[in-house]
Design a protein around this ligand. Structure first.
Ligand SMILES: Cc1ncc(COP(=O)(O)O)c(C=O)c1O
Length: 427
């Protein structure tokens, strides 16, 4: 690494060290953090405390859909905060009602509940499922191997990855895992207690794996046949990231029967607020009134401030045709990554994904990584940081590109050439 990226001068290291020291002393060490302290950003770029610039292709893990410091978000925050930041959900507010209507308009007949995060949105759907099956004694929810559904107790029980559960047993009962994209296994797993199935359209943390059209359509038919609710966790792959509002709309494009597909519930968060915390779940009619007054709540769910920001984001995405941008530029980037896979098979093994949710899978044995205990994904990400690019590892072998939806063509080009530069250093 030294030969191509020199060690930063002491001044830079000292500024970073003083921030790290604050964390070491005061912040719960539950995150494996990179040696980077970020200070500010603009558009697709962020700057660290020493002023070094990074092209942010990680987007805060699929959150910063309009990049950093977007004036429309700043204006929405300022304007709404002058009127009303928060009131209790004991009252009606127009921004929450309008945002719910925007979501219903884009998905289908149903209703929306607002939360603060993705995990909390999923918790709400789990409660809908429990309520739906309650009188028949059905409560079990099937989720996929390698899925990710959040870090709450129900979230880790729902998540199909052992490493997320480890140390927190006993798991909350009522969740079982089925292999992803395997319809027959799903059918075989259904028990008399099963009430719902939840999947991601594109598994994110699990390594950027899209569902097949057959799996989606087959699950819909299976759920109808067995009277199960079909939920999609769109926390990471939703909000136009794949080039359509929902990933299933992109996956099923042009597929016979695809236009009629609709899950029964969808959880959302991340890009919905572009960095301002907000989550939501949509639940299809006729299930949308299952959670009646007094059955579910969240103090901060759907504050006027969060909803005003989310409404503004919809406006910008539509006005600037950012879904089309994610699709076109995403397709271009995927092609480029696939070119790199062909050119450097000893370093990169596979490239996959949809729109601006792309994964680059690294080869198993990269000699330059052998000396370190750290995973290939972490070591590759560290090298990209040194080259001035942020990406997000997924598991041990995959790096994810989840850039802002308004990424520019020349920024996409810059990202690809820096990635190629790092790959070349590993050949
Ligand atoms: C698919 C999916 N579901 C749920 C979550 C949890 O969201 P949050 O971290 O906002 O609770 C995530 C977070 O990465 C996610 O990717």
């Amino acid at each position: 690494m030294k030969e191509i990226f020199p060690t930063p001068p002491p001044l830079v290291q000292n500024q970073f060290e003083s921030v790290r020291e604050l964390f070491t002393k005061n912040v719960v060490p539950s995150y494996g953090r990179f040696d980077l302290a970020l200070d500010h950003g603009t558009g697709s770029y962020v700057f660290d405390v020493a002023g070094k610039r990074y092209l942010d292709l990680g987007g805060g893990i699929a959150v910063n859909c309009l990049g950093h410091a977007h004036p429309a978000i700043t204006d929405a925050l300022v304007e709404q905060s002058k009127k009303l930041i928060h009131v209790s959900n004991l009252y009606f507010t127009e921004p929450q009602g309008r945002l719910a209507a925007e979501l219903v308009k884009r998905i289908g007949a149903g209703k929306v509940f607002f939360s603060n995060s993705g995990a909390e949105a999923n918790e709400g759907l789990f409660k809908v499922a429990r309520k739906f099956g309650h009188d028949e004694g059905r409560f079990e929810i099937l989720t996929a191997t390698n899925s990710f559904h959040g870090r709450t107790l129900a979230g880790i029980a729902a998540t199909g990855q052992d490493k997320i559960k480890k140390g927190f047993e006993p798991m909350m009962p009522g969740f079982r895992h089925i292999p992803f994209n395997d319809l027959e296994a799903a059918r075989a797993a259904i028990s008399p207690a099963t009430v719902a199935i939840m999947i991601e359209g594109v598994q994110g943390e699990g390594g950027v794996t899209p569902a097949t059209p057959e799996f989606l359509l087959g699950l819909r038919a299976l759920c109808d046949e067995k009277k199960l609710l079909l939920f999609m966790d769109a926390v990471q792959d939703g909000h136009f990231r794949t080039g359509k509002f929902q990933s299933f709309q992109r996956i099923l494009e042009g597929v016979p029967g695809g236009e009629k597909f609709l899950p029964d519930g969808i959880s959302m968060a991340k890009s919905l607020g572009g960095g301002f915390p907000i989550g939501a779940f949509w639940i299809r009619a006729p299930f949308s009134d299952l959670l009646g007054p007094g059955t579910h709540a969240s103090t901060f769910g759907g504050t006027p401030l969060a909803c005003a920001v989310a409404l503004k984001i919809f406006e910008v995405i539509e006005k600037e045709k950012l879904a089309e941008n994610a699709r076109k530029l995403g397709d271009w980037k995927l092609n480029e990554l696939q070119r790199l896979v062909k050119k450097y098979p000893s370093v990169v093994k596979n490239a996959r994904g949809l729109g601006f949710m792309l994964g680059l899978e690294l080869a198993e044995k990269i000699p330059a990584f052998a000396a370190s205990e750290k995973s290939a994904a972490i070591q590759f990400t560290n090298r990209l940081h040194a080259a001035g690019v942020l990406v997000i590892p997924a598991g041990t072998q995959v790096i994810r590109l989840l850039p802002p939806l308004n990424l520019k063509p020349q920024e996409a080009g810059e990202g690809i050439s820096k990635i190629e530069e790092v790959i070349k250093s590993l050949v």
